[in-house]
Design a binder for this molecule. Structure first.
Ligand SMILES: C[S@@+](CC[C@H](N)C(=O)[O-])C[C@H]1O[C@@H](n2cnc3c(N)ncnc32)[C@H](O)[C@@H]1O
Length: 238
C-alpha cells in the first residue's frame, strides 16, 4: 500500500533524516547504557534509517519497521547493517523479541485516534523481551500551537520544496503540506501529512493498558518543564 511519505522520502532523507540524532545522547543515558552490547533493538517508524544507523554503530542489532517503502529504500542505503520491514506499526507482528524499542521524531503523532495509538503500543509491547524498554517522543499541543504555522522553502539542488504547517485547535489536527517541484517531473508532487497530540496522562494510561508498568516522562525542551514542553519523551518498561 502507498504511504503519504513515499513522495516525500527523497527530500526527507536530505533535510530531516538526521534531526532525531540530537536526542541520541539522552536516549543513550536513559535506555541504551543498560542494554547488553549486541542486543536487538526495534526502530518503530524508522523512516530513512539515520537513527537506526546510529544504533547499529553502537553495536546493537537493529530492525526498522516503517509503512513507507520509499523511506525504507533510503534506510537500506543509509544503514546497510540493519534489517528493514515495510509494515504498519498498528498491525505488524514480529516473532523476534527485542531488548528495547524506539520511535522517534513525531512518528506516533501520525496515529490520529487513541485506538490506533494503543494498537501501536500493544504491538511494540508484545515484541519486547522481559524487562524490555520502549522510548518514544510525542509532540504536545504547545508544539503545534507555537510552531506549526508558516511557509518556507527547502533549498535543494535537485528539487524545490515549498512547505507549510498549520494547526486547528478545534479538531486538534496539525497539518504539514509540501509541494515538491523538480525539473524532471511534469507535475509537482504534493505531500499532505496530518498529526495529532494526546495529553501526557492519556498516553501514560494507554501505556499501562498496553502492558507497560514503569513509565517515566521527560521534557525534551531544555528550558521547559513537562507542562510547557513542546516535545515529551516517554520511557516505558515492561
Ligand atoms: C517524521 S518521520 C520520522 C522518521 C524517523 N523515525 C526519524 O527519526 O527520522 C515519521 C515516520 O513514521 C512513519 N509512519 C507514520 N505512520 C506510520 C504507521 N502507521 N506505521 C508505520 N510507520 C508509520 C512514516 O512513514 C515516517 O517514516
Amino acid at each position: 500500500m502507498l504511504s503519504k511519505y513515499d513522495k516525500f522520502a527523497a527530500v526527507y532523507n536530505r533535510h530531516w533524516g538526521e534531526d532525531s540524532l540530537g536526542w541520541f545522547p539522552q536516549l543513550e543515558r536513559l535506555v541504551l547504557h543498560k542494554r547488553d552490547p549486541g542486543s536487538m533493538i526495534l526502530d518503530a517508524c524508522c523512516g530513512t534509517g539515520q537513527f537506526a544507523r546510529k544504533l547499529s554503530a553502537g553495536g546493537f542489532r537493529v530492525v526498522g519497521v516503517d509503512a513507507s517503502f520509499e523511506m525504507l529504500r533510503h534506510a537500506a542505503v543509509n544503514a546497510p547493517g540493519c534489517g528493514f520491514i515495510c509494515a504498519d506499526i498498528r498491525s505488524f507482528c514480529l516473532s523476534r523479541k527485542f531488548g528495547a524499542a524506539f520511535s522517534v521524531y513525531d512518528s506516533l503523532n501520525h496515529l490520529l485516534t487513541l485506538d490506533d495509538l494503543e494498537s501501536a503500543l500493544l504491538n511494540v509491547s508484545s515484541c519486547l523481551a522481559p524487562r524490555g524498554v520502549f522510548a518514544f517522543d510525542l509532540n504536545t499541543e504547545v508544539q503545534y500551537r507555537t510552531s506549526w504555522s508558516g511557509t518556507w522553502t527547502v533549498p535543494d539542488p535537485s528539487s524545490t520544496t515549498v512547505a507549510s504547517t498549520s494547526y486547528c485547535e478545534d479538531t486538534r489536527l496539525a497539518e504539514f503540506r509540501a509541494t515538491i517541484t523538480s525539473p524532471h517531473r511534469v507535475r509537482p508532487d504534493v505531500v499532505h501529512l496530518v498529526q495529532t497530540w494526546y495529553p501526557v496522562s492519556t498516553v501514560v494510561q494507554a501505556l499501562e493498558r498496553s502492558g507497560f508498568t514503569d513509565v517515566s516522562c521527560f521534557s525534551l525542551d531544555r528550558n521547559r518543564g513537562i507542562e510547557e514542553a513542546r516535545r515529551v519523551l516517554f520511557v516505558a518498561g515492561k
